[in-house]
Design a binder for this molecule. Sequence first.
Ligand code: S3P
Length: 436
Amino acid sequence: MSGSDLQFTVTPGGQLHGEIRVPGDKSISHRSIMLGSLAEGVTQVSGFLEGEDNLATLNAFRMLGVQIDGPHDGNVTIHGVGLRGLKAPTEPIYLGNSGTSMRLLAGLFSAQAFDCVLTGDASLSKRPMRRVTVPLEKMGARIETSEAGTPPVKIYGGQKLSAIDYPLPVASAQVKSSILLAGLYANGQTCVTEPAPTRDHTERMLRGFGYDVQSNGNRICVQGGGKLTATNIDVPADISSTAFFMVGASIAEGSDITLQHVGINPTRIGVINILQQMGANITLHNEREVGGEPVADIRVQSAHLKGIAIPEDQVPLAIDEFPAIFVAAACAEGETVLTGAKELRVKESDRIQAMADGLITLGIDATPTEDGIVIQGGKMQGGVIDSHGDHRIAMSFAMAALQATDTITIRDCANVNTSFPGFVKLANTAGLAISQ
Ligand code: S3P
């Protein structure tokens, strides 16, 4: 079966049980390769996510002459070359489905001595890049994209970058991080101001590598011209991957599951806050800090969920978890309303439309709006769902089967491997019945 034909067939019913550890955090894994490569010395990473997106980042740095050993069971050894040690690639750098790789690397590569071209798959080739090219050009970068502002992204090296003070038009950690990475090389102090807090893994990890980052409220600044010193990184389990299990265990009566060693960075816990507001029974245990990131074990027991108006301040804190949250809303009593989430339309798919279409197929009353969705909780039937090649849409609908009356078949599931290799096996261990 070819990649795009990969289907999940999920038998209805079941419960989730046990103690599981989902794979490593995607955002932190990307940054570990980037900063480890730019550091002086050898960085050891454990818990690295061996998903296709992160392997794309890893491969990019190998193409730029960095020796990277692994991954072997989540262990990676990076022989850092220093901020000025990257070498010109001999061909375009293919980044697959990974928007994070493309946007962050666009910032970093804008400051290098060499030219390079960044390409991606069909989905990434439709995603907006002006959000990074506009501020980077203000810093003095020379970048070309398609006329629509989409990949391929051609970056001309040898430019001298100057610091900027940039108010982010969208709450985006990718844009923030892209500018901060370019700022490491700029003349002066580069500052970004966020309209709302977004994930701060770049800032935390830069500090972990000994680079001073000033944060004052929503304003974050770096001074160009410093250096990164190698360190070791223990990547926690990805809260975004636990979201499917949090929703599955919440909606399937009798479930009781513990998700181990999960990153609970305050800029990532919108999914917990939102599900708890809906009435979910989620408790945090054994809270600790690992390598500058807070971590906990998360216990989820089934609960009677109620529809809510999702507070807009939670949107950036749960930006990747809405497909799963929409499944929770479909199983909740009453209406759930999401607003202020236009960004969902430019993720790996148009997640508002893709989720609305899928929920409607399952007999749920779901109405997409320009910047969100309105979902009436109800009884889900079975059906055939198109994931549009979006990993999170595929995994969300797999969980929906726990509460559906008939089999759910999900098409185009190969990209689950971008963020969650081993999903089917782990989900089946926990109590789902997926065949592929
Ligand atoms: C990410 C930031 C988010 C998120 C993506 C990972 C990151 O994107 O959706 O999956 O690692 O910085 P935006 O910054 O575009 O919201």
